[in-house]
Design a protein around this ligand. Structure first.
Ligand SMILES: Nc1nc2c(ncn2[C@@H]2O[C@H](COP(=O)(O)OP(=O)(O)OP(=O)(O)O)[C@@H](O)[C@H]2O)c(=O)[nH]1
Ligand SMILES: [Mg+2]
Length: 463
């Protein structure tokens, strides 16, 4: 075990707030003491549902609930773990938190500390725990599916197979170096071929990384366009909430606002932005600057245009916007289709800026009374098919984290060096050894305290 051995941690593992049940999780050597002393359980049975009163230090009743004890090592963390299932009232949660904090050798857990302890106790690889964290954070079906692959085998299994195959080739090369005077070129070619195959296999999830990362953490879509075209109205429509102020005054939105939504099982972060024009004041100037600066970081754009905004200034501004984002994915929303003569104006937009014809477009009206359920479905389907084109049935969507991606890139780099150095088998094997180290890093083996902190810091408290 590690330096944690003497410390017992606890956390509320359910959401803070009013609910039927709240669960506290306690992990470490004090767990048994707490069960015996403060739940008065004389015979603490492993994995057994005890129904018992919970007392504080003065042996005053806090609540009555279900107590479950998981004896080390058969617990989530691998340590003795005690779960207190109590009534989910805020006062009870506060009382138990205060009471547990007051006990010697017991302290509140930091984010991800339960999982970190589990990892230290060999309960799974870093990949596995990243999957657990992703599953807890998942909101959409695709996030759940990717997290499941990360947890239930596929990912670790794949990496283990790749790693073992490389180890096998290393052993064969070692034998060649050791025993034969002249390496048979036949063998060499065979090893080379096998390494190329592994590299090819790894290249598939690498290629899909951006998409997998987007599916897991959300694709960013920025709503952009001239002022007063209905960008904020569209934003409110998509997030189904009156989040942004909408008004006929140009330059109403001065800052960016983001909200996550689910589009056909894919997480999408919708961003509203300040309308592009010559700024009228310092606040608006800052907002427009912010939009322009963030353009580089965004992949997908909804360009909103309206019939009543077709004037000389807006034509110039729209051309500037298109010039800036033309290498990205763009769709055009012709808004305010309810206005008279709107279709003629939309055609005029296309004639004046022929570039617009290159993008897929949809004609809509954000006026509430015009918005039917069918129209809303049509808008979401349009967004899904034109901006979020990911074939989620593909099997190679499983590495979603930047850390994982970096390890895979290093593995490929070292495999390439190894393949290119078959003339000198010692050098070749050195690169293969480096690739094995990259795999170990991917699994979290030999990682320093800092590196582990990086992996677990984004976990929620209580996991
Ligand atoms: N007729 C009509 N009016 C709309 C429609 N969508 C929005 N509007 C109106 O257009 C005006 C501007 O709407 P906003 O959503 O604030 O426009 P914006 O592009 O966010 O404007 P800025 O934040 O100033 O850049 C408001 O008065 C809206 O009620 C629509 O589909 N039809
Ligand atoms: Mg706005």
């Amino acid at each position: 075990m590690n330096k944690y051995i003497n410390q017992t941690i606890f956390a509320l593992s359910t959401v803070y707030g009013r609910s039927a049940v709240a669960i506290f999780r306690i992990s470490g050597p004090e767990s048994t003491e707490i069960a015996k002393k403060f739940c008065k359980i004389k015979k603490l049975k492993d994995r057994y549902v005890h129904y018992s009163t919970i007392y504080d230090q003065d042996l005053k009743v806090i609540d009555k609930g279900v107590i479950i004890f998981f004896k080390s090592p058969r617990s989530y963390t691998g340590e003795d773990v005690l779960e207190l299932h109590v009534h989910g009232s805020i006062s009870i949660i506060k009382k138990i938190t205060k009471f547990l904090s007051s006990l010697p050798k017991v302290c509140p857990a930091s984010p991800g500390e339960f999982s970190k302890r589990a990892f230290m106790n060999g309960k799974g690889s870093a990949l596995y725990f990243e999957g657990i964290n992703n599953l807890i954070n998942s909101e959409t079906e695709n996030q759940r599916l990717i997290a499941n692959k990360q947890i239930f085998g596929n990912v670790s299994q794949k990496c283990t197979i790749w790693r073992n195959n490389i180890l096998e080739i290393m052993a064969l090369i070692d034998a060649e170096i050791e025993f034969s005077e002249e390496i048979r070129s036949n063998n060499k070619n065979q090893y080379k071929k096998k390494l190329k195959l592994i590299k090819h296999d790894i290249s598939k999830p690498i290629k899909n990384f951006k998409e997998t990362n987007n599916l897991m953490h959300g694709s960013n879509i920025m709503i952009i366009g001239p002022t007063n075209v209905g960008k904020s109205s569209l934003f409110n429509l998509l997030v189904q909430e009156e989040k942004m102020i909408v008004s006929p005054i140009r330059g109403t939105t001065t800052d960016q606002s983001m909200q996550s939504i689910d589009v056909a099982g894919k997480k999408v972060n919708i961003i509203d932005s300040a309308g592009i024009r010559s700024p009228q004041n310092i606040i608006e100037a800052k907002g427009i600057d912010k939009t322009i600066q963030n353009i580089d970081k965004i992949e997908n754009f909804i360009l909103v245009l309206s019939p009543d905004s077709l004037d000389k200034d807006n034509l110039v501004n729209t051309c500037k916007i298109i010039e800036k984002i033309k290498s990205k994915k763009i769709v055009v929303f012709f808004n305010k289709s309810d206005l008279e003569g709107s279709q003629i104006k939309f055609r005029e937009w296309k004639e004046k800026i022929p570039e617009i014809n290159k993008f897929k477009s949809i004609s809509i009206s954000c006026i509430k009374k015009n918005m039917t359920n069918d129209m809303l479905i049509k808008i979401f389907n349009f967004l899904n098919s034109s901006l979020l084109t990911v074939d989620t049935k593909q099997k190679d969507h499983y590495f979603s984290e930047v850390r994982q991606h970096e390890c895979l890139l290093n593995i490929t780099k070292n495999l390439t060096y190894a393949i290119n150095n078959f003339d000198n088998l010692e050098i070749c094997n050195k690169y293969l050894r480096d690739s094995i180290n990259n795999f170990d890093e991917l699994f979290g083996k030999h990682n320093t305290e800092d590196q582990l902190g990086f992996i677990f810091k984004n976990f929620c408290i209580g996991k």
